[in-house]
Design a protein around this ligand. Structure first.
Ligand code: CA
Ligand code: CA
Length: 276
């Protein structure tokens, strides 16, 4: 969900916040329940969920970006199974799994999305992909969280990539859609209907490679132990629309870098495994 397309979702969030503010004004004016006295315990403000950490392991061989992730290279990767609702209110309805690996050249991501109806129309580069069912990755490799790269991919293999950075005039941010991640490879494969779901569900899998020469810190591959900030999302429009996140941004849009999780690059093989 890019800045351009987040209006509807953000409008609902703003409406909710406006309702909260209206209640606060009502209470401040004495129109609500009596203020608690010092002898009455006050409920602690809910704490935001902790930021997740993903250990990104080295690929166990060559990754062929063909939309299938059955090659040994992916065998080293840990799955994140299931994304949360963006508002932080529990797990999403639409099953979404992702994993990541890296080598000296690229960061590789794969998403597996279970879907009951694929809603997608865009096929052009830098189209309004967020209007379709899509997965998104926001990656900040440097020390300035206000600078990051945004990627969106839909089931038709349309890609939107953008560079996000502070507005030099000091207000908000710039989302530069003219930036293209040179050398990016993306493939999407749609699987057959799942028989156990009565033929009502399918999966679509995204496999992508993004060169460190484009997105890396100082345009280089990460050093083992290097830590990036990142978030991963899904927009789903079949039936009641859903906005899902690895680290829920809560009341803000997807452009909430302070809620990005941690992507830690490691050379270590998985437990019980062997080094590539
Ligand atoms: Ca593959
Ligand atoms: Ca672009």
């Amino acid at each position: 969900m890019a800045t351009r397309g987040a209006e509807a979702w953000e409008a609902r969030q703003m409406a909710g916040m406006a309702a909260v503010l209206a209640l606060l004004v009502l209470f401040a004016a004495g129109g609500g329940a009596p203020a608690p006295t010092s002898s009455q315990p006050q409920a602690a403000a809910p704490q935001p969920p902790p930021l997740p950490v993903y250990e990104c392991r080295r690929a166990g061989g060559l990754v062929l970006v063909d939309g299938q992730t059955d090659e040994p290279a992916w065998g080293q990767a840990e799955w994140v199974r299931g994304l949360c609702r963006s508002d932080g209110r529990g797990r999403g309805r639409s099953q979404t799994d992702f994993r990541a690996v890296w080598d000296d050249a690229n960061l590789y991501l794969s998403f597996v999305c279970v879907d009951s109806e694929i809603v997608a129309k865009h096929t052009e580069r830098d189209a309004f992909v967020y209007e379709d069912d899509c997965v998104e990755a926001f990656l900040s490799s440097g020390s300035d969280l206000r600078r990051y790269f945004e990627f969106e991919v839909n089931p038709l293999n349309a890609v939107m990539d953008a560079s996000v950075f502070p507005n030099p005039e000091g207000t908000d941010k710039v989302v530069d859609y003219s930036w293209n991640c040179d050398g990016i490879e993306v493939a999407v494969r749609k699987a057959d209907l799942l028989p156990h779901a009565g033929g009502k569900q399918c999966t679509w899998t995204v496999e992508m490679a993004m060169p460190f020469s484009q997105i890396g810190r100082d345009r280089r591959a990460p050093k083992p132990g290097e830590q990036w900030r990142a978030n991963f999302y899904r927009c789903e429009y079949a039936g009641e629309e859903e906005y899902l996140a690895w680290s829920p941004p809560l009341l803000e849009s997807f452009h909430t870098p302070e809620r990005f999780g941690y992507l830690v690059f490691t050379d270590q093989p998985p437990s019980g495994g062997t080094a590539p």
